[in-house]
Design a protein around this ligand. Structure first.
Ligand code: TXA
Ligand code: MG
Length: 314
């Protein structure tokens, strides 16, 4: 059976969603980045069900979503730098990985038993209203099967997880279109674990140069599996023309089957990226060829997702 969809702008729908969450259910929740699959972070049974619904390995920890810094401080210890980042960018597409408080109301399974926890305050009005009404942290991985293309509409959520969840709140298309940037903060040192919907330059204006995972003494991200965001078709990057059996996803003024942004606007390309991959994939090509995307601003996160989509699959 497919889950019902209710408009996220309807206060009654939000109450229904909060009730479902309190009862241990799973709700497709719009955020400004991508749709999340929300569940009660405190309840291990719910969180186990959530990992199972996504087919997600349990060593890959989840993000706890909060209303803001006040709720976040019940989950983690904030260094002055971490607090500054939260003040500057929350609510918004930035996730902070911080030392977890022993008394945090989040079950160990949610953060895969680590001593750190990932936290984000989403900006989308519906997510904010739902968190407020629920009154505690909600875990919410992207609402897709593990390894697949992230959902940016309610219909995408239903396509992948419709028979495993209790409700989808339809908040329209996600305005950012790429997941949050994930930054680990240890004292006054910040490491970019995942480029995302907040660009590096904005973060570095506060942190100075960001470390990268894999450098000595920097944290790693257990969830950054190489193959991810993969559509059914294979992916060929840096293409200017389509070969036999391919469809071409363009960027900037060019001849192609679908264009992420004819004007060459990276924010527009980010918003459209996941929906475009799904749309071309549905036409059944053997391969989706993708034009080069500049590595500046949101291009870093777009290219990160494309490289994972193109990575060998097992
Ligand atoms: O924009 C987003 O972040 C979306 C929306 C729904 O909020 N959520 C999202 O969640 O992308 P998910 O589960 O697909 O990605 C969470 C990422 C994974 O790469 C995971 O490994 C990393 O955050 N992560 C979570 N907890 C961590 C921790 N304690 N240490 C290091 N990385 C962590
Ligand atoms: Mg994901």
């Amino acid at each position: 059976m497919t889950a019902p969809t209710l408009p996220a702008s309807d206060p009654v729908a939000l109450q229904t969603a909060a009730h479902i969450l309190r009862e241990g259910g799973l709700v497709g929740m719009p955020t400004e980045t991508v749709y999340g699959l929300a569940g009660n972070a405190a309840d291990a049974e719910t969180v186990a069900k959530l990992y199972a619904a996504k087919g997600r390995p349990r060593f890959n920890p989840l993000i706890a979503h909060v209303t803001g810094l006040e709720m976040a401080q019940t989950l983690a210890t904030f260094s002055p730098l971490a607090a500054r980042l939260a003040q500057e960018f929350w609510p918004g597409p930035l996730t902070l990985v911080l030392p977890k408080r022993p008394d945090a109301p989040v079950c160990d399974l949610a953060n895969a038993g680590l001593d750190t926890i990932a936290i984000r305050a989403p900006r989308h009005e519906a997510a904010r209203a739902l968190l407020k009404s629920f009154g505690g942290p909600l875990v919410a991985p992207s609402a897709n099967k593990s390894g697949g293309v992230s959902p940016t509409t309610a219909a995408h959520v239903l396509e992948g997880l419709g028979d495993q969840i209790d409700l989808v709140l339809d908040g329209g298309a996600c305005p950012v279109g790429l997941e949050s940037a994930v930054v680990a903060v240890e004292g006054d040192r910040a490491t970019l674990l995942r480029p995302g919907g907040l660009d590096r330059a904005s973060i570095e204006a506060i942190t100075g140069p960001l470390g990268s995972p894999g450098q000595t003494n920097t944290p790693s991200s257990p969830g950054m599996l190489k193959s991810h965001y993969a559509p059914g078709a294979s992916i060929r990057l840096n293409a200017m023309t389509a070969r036999e059996g391919e469809l071409l996803l363009g960027f900037g003024a060019m001849d192609c089957d679908l264009n992420l942004s004819p004007a060459g606007d990276l924010a527009e390309a980010a918003t459209r990226l996941f929906a475009a991959l799904r749309e071309l994939d549905a036409r059944g090509p053997t391969c989706i060829a993708i034009a080069p995307i500049p590595q500046t601003m949101l291009g870093e996160a777009i290219n990160d997702r494309l490289q994972r989509a193109a990575a060998p699959r097992d």
